[in-house]
Design a binder for this molecule. Structure first.
Ligand code: ARG
Length: 467
């Protein structure tokens, strides 16, 4: 029987009944529903509503439900349960009798679902931060292994300047560190306990809200009962953060796909993470990377569903809020599955340093360094730029690189050119002149690598043990 059935004369239309149930998906909240119910039961005992032996049997009953759910998925195949809240109450009453009904004293599903979702998001954040730390470790290890190898850096996907491979990989480290920080920030703001807010106006029993919050590991209690039962900002922030994270993964995947094409040939795809073609025997396709890129559409879609479901809702609880659950679960589960896979991919992908290095030494990527040579001899930069552009044109006619031009050819462009010009054009000189914090000069990158280690260590230190 429904928890609210007494109010109604006629039973629900069976199709509508099936259609409005959330138990098929909100069963994911079972663990949190049970934890919150335990805290509620203790508070009810302290408020004089439950007797000691009733509390004991309720707590045992809740444990039993958790054990059964863990032991057999079939336990959750309940066609009658409307949602996870109804399921727990039903099971509890069947285990402990009428004391089970007392648990709902002064409580509403509106505050329960708000609480369970906050606990779910908190756990998901802890799990994701752990997985992010592993992914970041993987990127840093590859950056360290790359040593002094160089690769072209691109702007407009045209060769721009050579950089250390490690510098390129550390760009991703920064992006994902920001994601980890955003997750921590979102955890902080969402970690307030709604229990005690009742249906909308606050519960009718004087409960020790702080004790409940403390038992559930919340930092604080929610301030306003109307806000607490209708607020889903923590979902929006969380899925928004996942959208940005997946967008970063998508940009990484895209670059890996491009670099694995024969045209670039900078990386060789690991067999463990690629597939072949049913038609073309020679093919090795970057399926993992393409799916990672594709999942971004899905997570961004989830974010959109949340936004649109919440837009225009009056305060406080409305059943539309139930529609916010599936996008949350989908985005979370998608991201939880993606991170370990990309981490595995990064461990086994092979870098073709020779090809990267080769590309880094051709295509006039030392032109800016060449202009800087003239600047250091007093030539205004705009003029230096023009004169190196002339030299590049000459090279294009002669099909050579800047360092292949003769000194007399260069001197026709500007008398300031001298023999020492050539040593400014080597790959190592070009890398070395980018000697600012955040630049690609080897000593700077070494420093950034050390800092990256520290940042990931800090991330680990500030991590909450995942329940
Ligand atoms: N399954 C519902 C949801 O997820 C629980 C809250 C129901 N509240 C209510 N007033 N009908 O939103």
């Amino acid at each position: 029987m429904k928890v609210w059935a007494a109010r109604f004369r006629d039973p629900l239309d069976p199709a509508f009944e099936r259609w409005q149930r959330s138990f098929p998906f909100d069963r994911r909240l079972l663990k949190y529903e049970i934890a919150a119910s335990r805290a509620q039961a203790r508070a009810l005992k302290n408020a004089g509503i439950l007797l000691s032996d009733e509390l004991i049997s309720i707590l045992r009953g809740l444990d039993h439900i958790a054990e059964q759910a863990a032991a057999s998925p079939a336990f959750l195949e309940d066609e009658e349960a409307e949602d996870v809240h109804h399921f727990v109450e039903k099971q509890l009453v069947s285990l402990v009798g009428d004391a089970g009904y007392k648990l709902h004293t002064g409580r509403s599903r509106n505050e329960q679902v708000a609480t369970d979702l906050r606990l779910y998001v908190r756990d998901a954040i802890d799990d994701l931060r752990l997985k992010l730390a592993e992914w970041l470790d993987g990127l840093i290890v590859r950056a360290e292994q790359a040593g002094n190898a160089a690769v072209p850096a691109y702007t407009h996907l045209q060769r721009a300047e050579p950089v250390l491979v490690s510098h390129w990989l550390l760009a991703y480290v920064e992006m994902f560190l920001r994601d980890a920080e955003r997750l921590a920030d979102c955890r902080k703001r969402g970690n307030a306990c709604p229990l005690g807010s009742g249906a909308v106006a606050g519960t009718t029993i004087t409960l020790d809200r702080r004790a409940i919050a403390e038992e559930l590991g919340f930092d604080s209690i929610s301030v306003n009962s109307i806000d607490a039962t209708s607020d889903r900002d923590f979902l929006l922030e969380f899925v928004d953060t996942l959208t940005i994270l997946s967008l970063h993964l998508s940009r990484w995947a895209e670059e890996m796909i491009v670099f694995s094409s024969q045209e670039f040939g900078f990386i060789h795809l690991p067999h463990e993470y690629s597939t072949g073609s049913s038609a073309m025997p020679q093919k090795q396709n970057p399926d993992l990377l393409e799916l990672v890129r594709g999942k971004t559409a899905r997570i961004a879609g989830d974010q959109n569903v949340l936004l649109i479901a919440l837009k225009g809702l009056p305060l406080s609880y409305n059943k539309d809020l139930q529609e916010a659950q599936e996008p949350l679960f989908d985005a979370t589960e998608t991201m939880l599955s993606v991170l370990p896979l990309v981490t595995g991919f990064m461990k086994s992908v092979e870098f073709d340093y020779a090809r990267m290095q080769n590309a880094a030494q051709s295509g006039f990527m030392n032109a800016w360094a060449a202009a800087t040579y003239l600047v250091q001899r007093g030539v205004p930069f705009r003029l230096a730029h023009e004169q190196i552009a002339q030299a590049v044109q000459l090279c294009m006619e002669k099909k050579c690189e800047l360092q292949d031009l003769k000194l007399n050819e260069l001197r026709e462009i500007n008398r300031a050119f001298d023999q020492d010009f050539y040593s400014c054009l080597t790959l190592s000189s070009v890398l070395a002149i980018h000697d600012v914090p955040g630049g690609t000069a080897p000593a700077r990158v070494q420093r950034s690598l050390e800092e990256a280690h520290d940042k990931v260590n800090h991330l680990r230190e500030t991590m909450h043990a995942h329940a």
